[in-house]
Design a protein around this ligand. Sequence first.
Ligand code: CTP
Ligand code: CA
Length: 225
Amino acid sequence: EELLRSRGVLAGKRILVTAGGTREPLDPVRYLGNRSSGKMGYAIAEAAARRGAEVILVSGPTALTPPLGIFVKKVETAEEMRQAVLTEYAACDVVIKAAAVADYRPREVAEHKIKKTGESLTLVLEKNPDILRELGALKRHQILVGFAAETQDLLSNAKEKLAQKNLDMIVANDVTLPGAGFNADTNIVKLIYRDGSVEELERMPKTRVAEIILDRVCDLLTKKG
Ligand code: CTP
Ligand code: CA
């Protein structure tokens, strides 16, 4: 395995991938979560390792088995993901943020299980830090790749995220399409670059989307020199 690593096109590169969804606790038995399966991020991590990269996978809870030969850091909340990613960031050449990070968390985490006393229950949520935006602001030599999950105005929303988060590429997917997004084994994505160019990919397995994303990351690394 070490031999393969030393020969791959990404040999000597350190790549951090985030995957899965975060869980934001509400009380000792409940959390707010999302439908991310982690499949896209795990496929990217595995493909990067096969190309010889040193891979760090920061993963929310998933049902997936982590690929061999990869350093896996398991996290639950957005704040834990943020800490894990920021710790590794300076030493990374590439960061690919496939994780579905909760935008909000419950303002208070109840010490005990919340009892069903009232006819309704109001939760107060507060904003989580935008990890990718922080990475964009701190960016030096890194190639930064984000995802955009949209249900409308895919291109304009994704282009805005690319600019606001200072990314090199964004993988935009319309999660309402059949065969795309959460939990599917396939995805339908558009790759958008800083110069505004858009590459539309047909529906294909997430494993193949992962390979194409890494092809483009290799191009970006080469261009950077
Ligand atoms: N992201 C992040 N930290 C957050 C929220 C999102 O790092 N708190 C990252 C995701 O991992 C993804 C990208 O930002 O790579 C875009 O996530 P998305 O949910 O599509 O966009 P948001 O910026 O959160 O905006 P909104 O959900 O309002 O569309
Ligand atoms: Ca979001």
